[in-house]
Design a protein around this ligand. Structure first.
Ligand code: AVJ
Length: 330
């Protein structure tokens, strides 16, 4: 008896229960301090804007991590290339950086299965079909879901050794308590000896950081405002994006860039699907994202207290960024 439908190579699965957009918007706009979870920025338009961010001269993160994979790709592939392993990438996006690793792994001629997980439907579909073209021998199944649903779905699909990729400083969106919580849940989903490769953006000159989140072409502003446009499109909101502006700046006490959209005037916004209106004071913020930056000590502490051994850290030449390879210890 088949317990679930077998997947063919290149099939993409959609796990829709992650969709709690309406209730998250309602609770986020109802409190004293308004906030919207950053994962909702990434619809089709938001994903496109993020791809533009990765090309910005000011946004050093992507280039630093690409340099790491170009310099250390062979060494990384040598450590993560376990025969028949499942490589699960959480928040795969357009796979810009992963392609370099996949190429290295394919050159080693070890069989493995790649599962890119992302909440952006268009990103997963695009990545899956592009990779099948680029690597005809690759075993790949995309999963449209949030991080944990994707990981859990994957554990049900097979019990192979796992390598979890978490690139591009996506984990920087968690505050320290959230990161501990995330890592301990991750540890629970994995088996002894499984590997995780995590990209962390390191603390550096605050001017460089501020510039990366305040690009001269205003793409980062559009990226943050996209969450209001998405509420208009999907929930019948009447936000006027012209009456909001982006503000993102380094908070030295938290070690994070705190991003928000500010209401530039006193206004009321109605959201049809919620059957509610929301009042905004002039210059009231809606928190949209935090991008934490880490010291090497912070990173090691996160690993050890959540049950991971540090295998090796890989840096770019300027030491702006690190990809940390950890192993689950049970
Ligand atoms: C995708 C979460 C790593 O925080 O640097 C880029 C998103 N926000 N510019 C980051 C982002 C503004 C990015 N992450």
């Amino acid at each position: 008896m088949r317990t679930h439908t077998a997947l063919n190579n290149g099939d993409v699965e959609i796990l829709k229960s992650y969709q709690e957009f309406a209730s998250d918007v309602l609770s986020g706009l109802s409190g004293d301090v308004k906030f919207l979870p950053c994962k909702y920025i990434y619809d089709e338009r938001g994903s496109r804007l993020f791809r533009k961010i990765m090309e910005l001269p000011e946004y050093y993160l992507t280039r630093s991590e690409i340099e790491i994979f170009q310099m250390h790709g062979e060494a990384i592939a040598g450590l993560i290339g376990i025969e028949n392993c499942s490589i699960v990438e959480l928040g795969a996006g357009d796979g810009k950086k992963t392609r370099i690793l996949l190429k290295q792994l394919q050159d080693m001629a070890l069989p493995f299965h790649y599962f890119p997980v992302d909440i952006s439907e268009s990103a997963v579909n695009r990545l899956t079909s592009e990779l099948i073209e680029q690597f005809p021998a690759l075993k790949i199944n995309g999963i449209i879901s949030d991080y944990f649903e994707g990981l859990r779905r994957h554990s049900h699909l097979n019990r192979n050794r796992k390598v979890v990729l978490f690139l591009g400083s996506s984990l920087g969106n968690f505050d320290p308590a959230g990161l501990d919580n995330f890592l301990s849940r991750l540890w629970n989903e994995l088996n002894d000896g499984d590997l995780v490769l995590i990209g962390f953006d390191l603390k550096k000159d605050v001017d460089l950081i501020n510039t990366a989140y305040n690009d001269s072409s205003g793409i980062t502003e559009q990226f943050n405002l996209n969450i209001l446009r998405r509420i208009n499109d999907e929930l019948g909101g009447n936000f006027d994006p012209g009456k909001f502006r982006y503000y993102g700046t380094w908070d030295a006490f938290c070690s994070a860039v705190k991003s928000c959209v500010l209401s530039t005037c006193r206004q009321t916004v109605h959201i049809e699907d919620l059957g509610r209106s929301f009042e905004f004071e002039a210059w009231e913020p809606i928190h949209t994202e935090s991008s934490y930056k880490f010291s090497e000590e912070d990173i090691e502490t996160f690993a050890l207290k959540n049950g991971f051994d540090v295998i090796r850290n890989f840096y770019d030449k300027k030491r702006y960024f690190v990809d940390a390879l950890w192993q689950v210890r049970k």
